[in-house]
Design a protein around this ligand. Structure first.
Ligand code: ADP
Ligand code: MG
Length: 225
């Protein structure tokens, strides 16, 4: 590929992304504007639209946050001494309110050797939040999510396994495509951002899934002591 062709390919990717972002932000903005206009005309209805407006604002916020993470350079990684079990337990508790039914359980096990190594807590936490969040979403009401962290050779291996709705081979191929979502309130940016954060940390991610049986995501990161 010539330099000019490469530049034009880059430009077309940027154009597509910009169009995607604009579109994804315009939808909630249109909804917010509409509900505010109705509320202005009918003050009695105003309260009943508060929740929808807040939902839509949250949606815009998460799209913007995801894009800010994508534009962060790898050089912004700041390694700190972390305890993985503390991070996993924090993420499980954080996502617990999402699990409204008691039929849904998040378990975790963590090798004690992982209670002290160098990694960036911010990205590590966000990776787990995205993967565990997707696993919980795949369960629709009941099922289990198992988080397992082990040390394998010189790598730290974290797997997040759910027995949720799983993916077909075709759906598996779509993972990580910007704006690919099957959820009503999804942004379709989570996996793309997760992959980028894992790249920043010199790691790898791999998905295994079977339709109607479940999904297992494995993340491998260097074990730095
Ligand atoms: P979002 O969660 O906003 O939809 P993601 O990029 O995180 O965006 O995920 C994209 C899509 O991949 C989801 O909408 C879902 O269809 C599918 N997916 C991701 N993780 C899982 C999982 N653990 N089980 C089943 N489907 C999944
Ligand atoms: Mg997601």
């Amino acid at each position: 590929m010539t330099l000019l062709e490469e530049k034009s390919r880059q430009l077309s990717t940027i154009t597509q992304m910009a169009a995607g972002v604009a579109h994804e932000i315009k939808n909630p903005l249109t909804a917010i504007k509409g509900f505010l206009q109705i509320g202005a005309a009918n003050p009695d209805l105003r309260d009943s639209y508060q929740d929808i407006i807040l939902d839509e604002v949250n949606r815009i916020e998460s799209i913007v946050q995801d894009f800010m993470m994508l534009s962060k350079p790898k050089s912004s990684v700041q390694l700190e001494y972390v305890n993985l079990e503390v991070i996993i337990s924090y993420v499980s508790r954080l996502l617990d309110p999402d699990t409204e039914s008691n039929e849904l359980i998040v378990h975790y096990t963590c090798d004690p050797k992982l209670n002290g190594f160098y990694c960036e807590p911010k990205r590590l936490k966000q990776i787990l939040i995205n993967l565990v969040g997707n696993a919980i979403d795949a369960l629709d009401e009941e099922g289990e999510v198992q988080i397992e962290a082990i040390l394998e050779k010189e790598e730290l291996v974290i797997s997040v396994t759910d027995n949720g709705h799983g993916l077909t081979e075709q759906e598996l191929l779509k993972l990580g495509e910007p704006f690919y979502t099957t959820k009503e309130k999804g942004t379709g940016l989570g996996i793309m951002v997760t992959k980028k954060m894992i790249d920043d940390l010199d790691g790898k991610i791999n998905y295994q899934s079977r339709k109607n049986e479940g999904t297992s995501v494995t993340v491998r990161l260097p074990y730095r002591t």
